[in-house]
Design a protein around this ligand. Structure first.
Ligand code: PMP
Ligand code: GLU
Length: 405
């Protein structure tokens, strides 16, 4: 048979769909079919977007801010991002260094497209957030995955980083607080990685989208603040999705040296133009308005972190790193997986499929994050949902062949 004229480009051949979004969609359609699913798959705050932010969006519509904006974002938002960042980190940045994009995912895509040539290597510590490897590949780059160990709290060690560097290495991608592990690097740990990156003349992409979701009264330093001059080689990626529960508004950004920001703005002007004008106005309200909502959500996530860590650690064979931030528990299921071999369950994906089938709980397989033998649970859900989900997981561990009745 002749091949279709709509055959896909080579770059599409290896592209995986987002496993997190795929699992959430599956749980959503099961729920729509009347099945009582507990969806702990996607990483999305379960709180509504705070009212004053929604109001700013509605006011933007009423005031007629419903047209194109400058491709790099409205000046008020670029200024608000720069000022908020400077206030929180002490590092001076100008609005010209900020480009507003359609979410942090788009911001990452912009950075890779702007920086990577064919075959350039990007070092990505694993477990990593599902989209990193795919976005790097889409831009012609080569993700170089470095495995980390649960015993090290899934933190990349400087020696491992040094060993992975080749003449083709361009970038180090670092995410702290981490999706999917919830682990937060200490300042000195990040500084040690920064020293290796400086020595090898690498650029760094620091995904700091969870930077305000840090527990136990701690904070997470912004990467460029760790050593003098790091800001000249670092791109910070962040956004409003997680901090202000604004995932659907699609507003994220990059903070980068001005020449790179200009290039990203040019790229965006050809690719997508500006992000939603309404979303941008709402994001200004988020950044410049009262911040009590941020603290309240963080406190709620911390309580849930305590519940989930306590209960998961009590389950047989489950191991969990220290969760310092974000809203994920990434746990080791190698022991229960070995025990479930008799039921034909031999991978994290099969384990998640069986858990969904037998107990109607949606988690995401570790293989999607480059860490087979683990699974990710989002604890951005009510405590009641989390308890119910954990009860079901306990039942599944006790007998993976029994269906919830
Ligand atoms: N980076 C990380 C680590 C994330 O978890 C997410 C959430 N999807 C993103 C980037 C993208 O966020 P968004 O596109 O919603 O701003
Ligand atoms: N960051 C979230 C997650 O990892 C959102 C889903 C996505 O964008 O992949 O679940």
């Amino acid at each position: 048979m002749a091949s279709s004229p709509l055959h896909l480009a080579r770059r599409m051949a290896a592209l995986e769909p987002s496993a997190t979004l795929a699992m959430a969609a599956r749980a959503g359609s099961m729920r729509a079919a009347g099945i009582d699913v507990i969806d702990l798959s996607v990483g999305e705050p379960d709180f509504p977007t705070p009212e004053h932010i929604c109001r700013a969006g509605a006011e933007a519509i009423a005031a007629g801010f419903t047209k194109y904006t400058p491709a790099a974002g409205i000046p008020a938002l670029r200024k608000a991002v720069a000022e908020d960042y400077t206030r929180r980190t002490g590092l001076a940045v100008t609005p010209a260094q900020v480009v507003i994009s359609n979410g942090a995912k788009h911001a990452l895509h912009n950075v890779f497209t702007a920086l990577l040539d064919e075959g350039d290597e990007v070092i990505v510590p694993a477990p990593f957030w599902v989209s990193y490897a795919e976005l790097v590949k889409l831009s012609g780059g080569k993700p170089v995955l470095i495995e980390t160990a649960i015993e090290d709290n899934f933190k990349l060690r400087p020696e491992a980083l040094r060993q992975a560097i080749t003449p083709r290495t361009r970038l180090l991608l670092i995410c702290s607080p981490s999706n999917p592990t919830g682990v937060v690097y200490a300042p000195e740990e990040l500084a040690a990685l920064a020293d290796v990156a400086i020595e090898a003349d690498l650029a760094i992409v620091a995904d700091e989208i969870y930077d305000q979701l840090v527990f136990d009264g701690r904070t997470s330093p912004s990467f460029p603040t760790l050593r003098p001059g790091l800001e000249h080689r670092t791109v910070v990626v962040a956004g409003v999705s997680k901090t202000y529960s604004m995932t659907g508004w699609r507003i994220g950004w990059t903070i980068a040296p001005e020449p790179l920001s200009k290039a990203i703005a040019n790229l965006q002007s050809q690719e997508t133009s500006n992000p939603s004008s309404i979303g941008q106005h709402a994001a200004v309200a988020a950044l410049t308005g009262p911040q009590a909502c941020v603290t309240a959500m963080r406190d709620a996530f911390q309580v849930r972190r305590d519940v989930v860590s306590h209960r998961l650690r009590a389950l047989p064979g489950i191991r969990l790193p220290e969760i310092g931030g974000a809203f994920y528990a990434f746990f080791d299921i190698r022991e229960p997986l070995a025990a479930a071999g008799h039921a034909g369950i031999s991978s994290s994906l099969a384990w998640c499929e069986a858990l969904l089938e037998q107990q109607q709980v949606a988690l995401v397989a570790g293989s999607a994050f480059g860490a087979e033998g683990h699974v990710r649970m989002s604890f951005a859900a009510s405590e009641a949902q989390l308890h119910a989900g954990l009860d079901r997981i306990a039942a599944f561990l006790a007998d993976p062949t029994a269906r919830r009745g």
